[in-house]
Design a protein. Sequence first.
Length: 185
Amino acid sequence: MARLIYATIASLDGYVADRDGDFAWGMPGEEEHVFVNDLERQAGTQLYGRRMYEVLVAWETLELNGLPGFARDFAQIWRAADKVVYSRTLAAPMSARTRIEREFEPAAVAQMKAAATRDLTVGGPALAAEALRAGLVDECHLFLAPVAVGGGTPALPTDIRLELELLDERRFDNGVVHLHYRVGR
């Protein structure tokens, strides 16, 4: 069975965006981007909430000429993946290989995992929280930036207890730390 993997960039105090919605402090450098590319390359399907999808859909039509190789690589990974966007408001997909689902249904996601030959990723903290609450997430990759923002959108849900087993860690040259966890059941 395929794994459902949640990967996110967060501040050291655990937020993906500050109180104003800003996340520029978390923009990955080349070293992290290459690492994330290798992580995302393993997934055949990406699950997104509307807000995360609207941030990332720019990769669908971004002109690749002049971009560094790691950015071109990410665009190709994005474009090749199947995407499921959970939204009650989007009328239609804004990218190829994308379908809209109106409700997050844990049983349907469990069926996707069981049928998949490649891993799935879940993007966006709100959707990831739903998947974590439903017991569907198998692994978390947290990229902790060396900044504390004092509040905002939490990377992990605050209303459940998660037992995590550390599988790996890595420090990047700019002070970002990657922590790879298996989610306990």
